[in-house]
Design a protein around this ligand. Structure first.
Ligand code: FAD
Length: 409
């Protein structure tokens, strides 16, 4: 039995444990995680870690000794299969572990292709350290990589691989990359950057299946076959087509949810004393104008964990953190603030040809989000406008010579 049981040892789980002790929680705490490692940062998996620029030790969220010092029992390599909300225990392996409060922080599993060949051993997702280690172990021996999916993870992986001199084909089924998260200006800019770096980036690309060939070491993917009959030869396939939230045991236990488990402004699920936090939690986000969404970001994982913990500690501090996110590709640092969902206008600030510019998203004349490429000042100064929700002077917003903090009404 633990007073607080955290399920999932990722970003949200780690922050929950850290915050509980920071706020003086003296009860017993355990964290159950199905990976073998203590919590580590996931963003570098498609960036510095994949590129070999950061070792695993450097991406640990806290040194391994931290958890012992804070008296947080780490039950690693263990997967929770069931939750009993009436009996207040979870089943993990052959153990039943009781709880006072449960914080569900399980993130999501990579959505995989369902076509023929999708389960070949050289078809990889990018979610866990193990995924990336498996790819890194093979990189020396391969030339051609096909990346499926033009979201942030696919694009970041393509950037690293092209830096390694691999011949990369990136296939995006929609008519532009980043279509779900960004405006067209940003998509076109990144498409051009990748092509300039030698990536064969294709939009509107309809794949059919993966060709698998039996070799000396067993079966492996050797080509991606397109609907139009084209055969793209490949030595490795990387799939970055989103995640499916890991909510099975909670939903089976009766928690309300669909795409993620539903939580209120304190991150409470519909089950007593069970909170859900991070990628798996669907919440009404004020910056999405109240829409029920899941956010897949470190910011959201950390801030929701703090919200749940402060509620456990008896405070009522509803979740209302400003969303922010980043992506590194080549020498481009993208920083975003706010949520562009539902925008009805975009303003381009600065010239993409200079490789330093911002895309501003407005709704009803109000600035609701910014995507800033190598434009740290815009990112820092735009934040206050996203929070205030004021209607701003559009000519000034579009003029990169007027600092955003000086833009008036
Ligand atoms: P996770 O960090 O995924 O942790 C969940 C943990 O729970 C995992 O270890 C999982 O194995 C475990 N688990 C699942 N089910 C069970 C179970 N039943 N029992 C026990 N354990 C279980 N965000 C950004 O803000 N910026 C970025 O640049 C960025 N880049 C990214 C790059 C990559 C390659 C990836 C994969 C993600 C990136 N993200 C980025 C997203 C960010 O990493 C996630 O939003 C964040 O990790 C969410 O934290 P979480 O705790 O909800 O889930």
């Amino acid at each position: 039995y633990y007073d607080v049981l955290i399920v999932g040892a990722g970003h949200a789980g780690a922050q929950a444990g850290i915050s509980l002790r920071q706020l003086g929680f003296e009860g017993s705490i355990a964290m159950i995680g199905d990976e073998k490692d203590p919590p580590y940062e996931r963003p570098p998996l498609s960036k510095e870690y994949f590129a070999g620029d950061k070792s695993f030790d450097r991406i640990l969220i806290r040194p391994a000794s931290f958890w012992e010092e804070r008296k947080i029992d780490m039950l690693l390599g263990l997967r929770v299969k069931a939750v009993d909300p009436a009996g207040r225990f979870v089943t993990a392996g052959d153990r039943e572990i009781g709880y006072g409060k449960l914080i569900w922080c399980t993130g999501g599993s990579p959505r995989m292709l369902t076509c023929n060949g999708a389960d070949a051993p050289n078809v990889h997702a990018v979610r866990r350290r193990d995924d990336v280690d498996a790819m890194m172990a093979k990189l020396d021996r391969i030339d051609h990589v096909t990346v499926i999916g033009g979201g942030y993870i696919g694009l970041e992986a393509a950037a690293v691989l092209s830096k390694f001199g691999k011949k990369v084909v990136l296939l995006e089924a929609l008519d532009r990359v980043l279509a779900r998260v960004a405006g067209e200006e940003l998509s076109r800019f990144y498409e051009a950057e990748h092509r300039a770096h030698g990536v064969d980036l294709r939009t509107g690309a309809r794949m059919d299946c993966i060709e698998v060939t039996d070799g000396e070491d067993g079966p492996r993917a050797t080509a991606v076959l397109m609907e139009d009959g084209e055969r793209i030869e490949t030595d490795m396939v990387i799939v970055g087509i989103g995640i499916v939230p890991e909510t099975g045991p909670l939903i089976a236990a009766g928690a309300v949810g669909g795409n993620g488990v539903d939580v209120d402004e304190y991150c409470r699920t519909s089950l007593p004393d069970i909170y859900a936090v991070g990628d798996c939690a669907a919440h009404a986000n004020g910056f999405a104008r109240g829409a029920q969404i899941r956010l897949e970001s470190v910011q959201n994982a950390n801030d929701q964990a703090k919200t749940a913990v402060s509620h456990i500690m008896g405070k009522e501090e509803p979740y209302h953190a400003v969303p922010w996110f980043w992506s590194n590709q080549y020498d481009l640092k993208l920083q975003t603030v706010g949520l562009s969902i539902g925008h009805d206008q975009t303003i381009l600030r600065g010239d993409p040809a200079t490789r330093s510019f911002s895309v501003l998203y407005l709704k009803g004349g109000k600035l609701i989000a910014l995507d800033c490429v190598n434009a740290v000042k815009d990112y820092v100064q735009g934040r206050a406008h996203v929070i205030s929700g004021a209607v701003l002077d559009q000519a000034q917003l579009a003029d990169a010579n007027v600092p955003l903090k000086e833009v008036g009404l």
